[in-house]
Structure formats: C-alpha cells, structure tokens
Design a protein around this ligand. Structure first.
Ligand SMILES: Nc1nc2c(ncn2[C@@H]2O[C@H](COP(=O)(O)OP(=O)(O)OP(=O)(O)O)[C@@H](O)[C@H]2O)c(=O)[nH]1
Ligand SMILES: [Mg+2]
Length: 279
C-alpha cells in the first residue's frame, strides 16, 4: 500500500530541522545557519520514495515571542502542528536536556498528536541522556533510514503521491533568491544584525541569465553601515556568497544586485511585515 502524509518538523531554534529536511529531500529547500531563528516561514520539502511520499513542513524554531515577527513565526509552528499527520520533534542531541521541552512533548502526545521524537547531531559528543525514538545525524547520514521508516509507518495510506516525483518544494524561485541572500547575511554578519534583516526581491528576470535585484531591509540606521562594511566589503561578500548559492540552485548564471534599506523596527510593523511576505 502507498503512503502519503505531511510531517511537521518541530523543535527549538538550531536543533537541525532545516538541515534534516534538506538531507531527506536531497535539495536545498531551507537555508541553514549556526545562528538560532534562521527559518521564518513554513517550507514544504517533498521526499519521494518507492512506496511513500512525505511532505515535510520545516518550521521556525520554537521560542518566546518578543516581536510581531516572532508571533508570525510561532503562528507558523502552530499551523504546521495542527495540519500535519505526524509531528517529528527534534531534540538537539548536542545540548543538555531541557525538562520544559520534555514536558511539552508529553503534552503533545497527551493531546493526541502522532509524535516521533528524534535526537539530532549524534555525530557530536552528547551530554543528553533522553531516550528518543531514534538518534540520527544529518551530517553523517547515520540512522536517517531508520528515522524515515518510523515516519512512514505512521503515515496514512493513500492511493498515490500528491506531488510529482520531480517536485520538491512549494515555494517559488523568488523566495529562494531572498532566502539565499538572508543566509549569506547570517553567515557574514554577527550578533543581532542578521536577525534584524529581511530580504525583498524587487526584480527577478529569468532568461539565459537570471537577473535579480534584492533589497536587504534592516531595522536600524546603525546596521546599514555594518552591512555595507568598509568600502562596501561586507556587502560584496554577502553578494558573492548569495550569488554562488543561487547559481548552484538554479543551474544558471546569476547577476545579483543588492541594495541596503533602513525600515526602522520593521519586525513590529504589521504593514511592513505583510509587504515582506511575513503574514
Ligand atoms: N554536527 C552536526 N551539526 C548539525 C547537524 N544538523 C545540523 N547541524 C548544524 O546545526 C546548526 C543549525 O542547523 P539548522 O538546520 O539551521 O537548524 P534549525 O533547527 O533549522 O534552526 P532554526 O531555523 O533557527 O530553528 C547549523 O550550524 C547546522 O550545520 C548534524 O547532524 N551534525
Ligand atoms: Mg531552520
């Protein structure tokens, strides 16, 4: 019998959710960074097997809401949790056990959700002795097959896959252009600066070349100078990293122009959030 279903991938910021989804989908559908709160939108990543298809919902890491942007992110987590057939909860295996987190997993189970708990990053030294359903590593691939079988077991039966075999995400190319710029900014910048960034694509023209204009929107005037850097050095670095990632993704040459704009406190302005696609 064929199986199809949605699996919401939940966990704290930095637990390794996006890295896992990319590893299983086999394409980079979600950006990754060593800084928390990288993912903001729910992103569908589709894994097609011989007798199953899983539509993963990569979600933002669970954290306390401070801004309207945080609220938007946590709303995404709730939507994913309530719409999925299975919740895959990731515990960061490289971090100490968090008892509050264990309580919230118990609550999800008590609420009747179909939960698989997996411990990530098993290639790293662990001080976390929580016994999960499976321990895995996206970095080495260890136990990924076991994790997938646990999920498939819990999926509903279906007549056929919902998506075609070559589909792997629900997002348009423009979304990835914006995300790759944000990923490059997360790589190059430090402290609170990258978290105060949003990226808006103002031009996306696909021909023999792909021409992309992007605005990096930052929340404070003082951040603008940091993002541009001395003689434009930092922005150049962000631009070339983002261009390389986008070229690899699209398999085409890309001409990318980036501009930096200040929108004071955009994370707390509902209208601005909407125009940036966070709604
Ligand atoms: N050693 C090791 N590192 C990993 C593994 N999986 C993820 N990481 C690293 O953990 C960090 C966070 O990974 P992400 O995939 O962005 O984590 P996330 O849970 O999506 O984070 P948010 O989007 O912020 O909620 C990155 O630096 C990854 O390279 C793994 O299996 N082993
Ligand atoms: Mg993520």
């Amino acid at each position: 019998m064929f199986k199809f279903g949605y699996v919401a991938v939940l966990g704290k910021p930095n637990a390794g959710k996006s890295t896992l989804v990319n590893a299983l989908v086999g394409e980079k559908v979600a950006i990754v960074s060593n800084k928390p709160q990288t993912t903001r939108d729910n992103i569908v990543g589709i894994m097609s097997g011989k007798d199953f298809q899983i539509a993963f919902l990569d979600t933002p890491g669970i954290h306390k809401s401070a801004s309207f942007l945080d609220k938007f992110m946590m709303k995404n987590v709730r939507t994913a949790k309530s719409s999925a057939d299975v919740v895959l909860y990731l515990i960061d295996g490289s971090k100490q056990i968090d008892f509050q987190e264990i309580e919230s997993i118990k609550k999800m189970k008590a609420d009747g959700l179909n939960v698989v708990v997996a411990k990530s990053k098993c290639d790293k030294i662990s001080k976390n002795d929580y016994v999960a359903d499976v321990s895995f590593s996206s970095a080495t691939g260890e136990n990924l097959d076991k994790l997938v079988s646990l999920l498939v077991e819990k999926l509903p039966n279906a007549k056929k896959p919902l998506f075609s075999k070559d589909e792997y995400t629900d997002k348009p190319l423009k979304f990835f252009a914006a995300e790759f710029v944000r990923e490059a900014a997360l790589k190059v910048l430090d402290k609170e600066v990258p978290h105060g960034i949003a990226v808006e694509i103002t031009k996306f023209e696909e021909g023999r070349l792909v021409k992309v204009d992007a605005d990096i929107v930052c929340a404070k005037n003082s951040h603008k100078g940091i993002i541009i850097g001395k003689g434009g050095k930092t922005l150049k670095k962000i631009g070339s990293l983002a261009r390389e990632a986008l070229e690899e993704f699209l398999n085409k040459k890309v001409v990318l122009k980036i501009f930096v704009k200040v929108e004071e406190d955009w994370q707390n302005r509902p209208n601005k959030l909407t125009s940036l696609g966070y709604n």
